[in-house]
Write a protein that binds this ligand. Structure first.
Ligand SMILES: NC(=O)c1ccc[n+]([C@@H]2O[C@H](COP(=O)([O-])OP(=O)(O)OC[C@H]3O[C@@H](n4cnc5c(N)ncnc54)[C@H](OP(=O)(O)O)[C@@H]3O)[C@@H](O)[C@H]2O)c1
Length: 381
């Protein structure tokens, strides 16, 4: 079938050259070649409206070669794993030209969404924005940029909570009744104010129906994290988090789940002080990790050292976002429309594509409140 409109051949695309300081090696190529449309299989060519940055964008690029080349397959590559945009051309039976779609690109993709156009293959990347969003957003002033900044972060918050055995019903139907039906439980989110953490707090409270959501962040972000649903906030810059959790459980009882978005090995070694024990015991799920030699020593130790020989006393797993089942895409969209979830985007974290270096610098600082949003194109132009 011929394309419904002329296919672009060149576009603006961010190029990132892996190095020890990726921020100094990122730029916009004004005349990059648009990624080719595959000769076979399902594809969608999307004109990008908004994208976002995630720590993996600089972490991957700062690994020593040949790792970035092996993992991404090309140098330079285009970052930007989350997107919202309009379909330019597609052979996907679910879509037509002009539809607004959102989704995410795999971290190992050479062509990310920090570009005018993106080609996605198959259907696993996402789909249309949910019914009801445009009506709701025109009433509330919420922006499509929220969909352009949530993919990786929201799924990296959702999937650990799902594997945390909180008893949440997985019989989801888009458009149906999806009230949280978990058995509740007490959760600690280490790092509640960043991209993943702001979603984890909202999901735990408003979608999983947890009895108690405790989260850590700096004091300056405590009000934000409480407004998202945390019952208690631990200011990690002024108190010791392990001590604060010991005090919490002494008053309120032990926790069912710890989700660590920071990568705190010390927190794990102490987790028997605050996570439930026994067959229905608590779990520790590590989402965040720093890239260092020490981490490469610590993580295998955490995972492999048997308890009887002095290893960790609670089950631990390392999270990796590999794939997103379509029902997770649908339910997240629905929760966004229902107002149970929102993407936190502060004005200071909104950037134009031409400001990509500033956006990377902000990301690499490691103190972003919510998500970084990058406007690539305005809608309707
Ligand atoms: N495994 C996976 O598949 C996967 C997927 C997504 C993300 N990740 C990883 O998960 C981590 C979080 O990602 P993200 O997108 O949320 O990053 P992010 O948005 O850059 O996180 C920034 C936030 O981290 C908080 N923070 C920094 N140090 C902290 C500490 N010691 N204790 C508590 N909070 C602290 C900061 O809080 P304050 O400003 O309040 O200090 C800031 O709000 C990263 O390591 C990322 O690479 C992994």
């Amino acid at each position: 079938m011929p394309p419904s409109r002329p296919l672009p051949t060149v576009h603006r695309s961010v190029e990132l050259i892996p190095s020890s300081d990726p921020t100094s090696n990122v730029r916009v190529n004004q005349t990059a070649a648009v990624p080719p449309i595959p000769r076979s299989g399902t594809y969608t060519l999307i004109r990008i409206l908004n994208t976002s940055l995630n720590p993996v964008d600089y972490k991957l690029a700062s690994l020593p070669q040949p790792l970035p080349r092996l993992l991404v397959g090309a140098s330079p590559h285009t970052p930007g794993l989350d997107f919202v945009g309009r379909v330019w051309d597609t052979n996907d039976s679910r879509l037509k030209g002009g539809d607004i779609v959102w989704g995410y690109v795999s971290g190992s993709s050479r062509d990310g969404a920090a570009a005018d156009f993106l080609v996605v293959k198959g259907q696993g990347w996402g789909g249309k924005i949910p019914d009801g969003w445009l009506e709701m957003s025109s009433r509330t002033g919420r922006s499509l940029a929220e969909f352009g900044a949530c993919g990786v972060a929201v799924y990296s918050a959702l999937q650990p909570l799902l594997s945390g055995d909180l008893g949440f019903s997985r019989t989801w139907k888009a458009g149906g009744s999806n009230r949280a039906s978990g058995k509740g439980g007490k959760v600690f989110i280490n790092g509640g104010s960043g991209g993943v953490g702001t979603f984890a707090v909202q999901l735990a409270k408003h979608c999983f129906g947890c009895d108690a959501v405790v989260a850590s962040c700096s004091g300056a972000n405590a009000d934000l994290v409480k407004s998202l649903g945390a019952d208690e906030v631990i200011d990690y810059r002024s108190v010791n988090v392990v001590d604060a959790l010991k005090q919490y459980v002494a008053k309120n009882g032990e926790l069912d789940l710890v989700v660590d978005n920071v990568g705190s090995v010390d927190l794990y070694w102490n987790s028997h002080h605050f996570l439930k024990s026994g067959s229905a015991g608590g779990k520790f799920i590590m989402v965040g990790a720093t890239i260092s030699l020490q981490t490469m020593i610590d993580i295998p130790k955490m995972l492999l050292w048997p308890t009887v020989l002095g290893g960790g006393k609670r089950p631990v797993s390392l999270f990796a976002l590999i794939a997103v089942p379509p029902e997770q895409h649908d339910i997240v969209g629905q929760w966004m429309v229902e107002g149970r979830l929102r993407t936190v985007i502060e004005d200071e974290n909104r950037f134009e594509l031409t400001d990509i270096q500033k956006a990377f610098r902000k990301l690499q600082g490691g103190r972003t409140r919510g998500k970084i949003s990058i406007q690539v194109n305005e809608d309707g132009r």
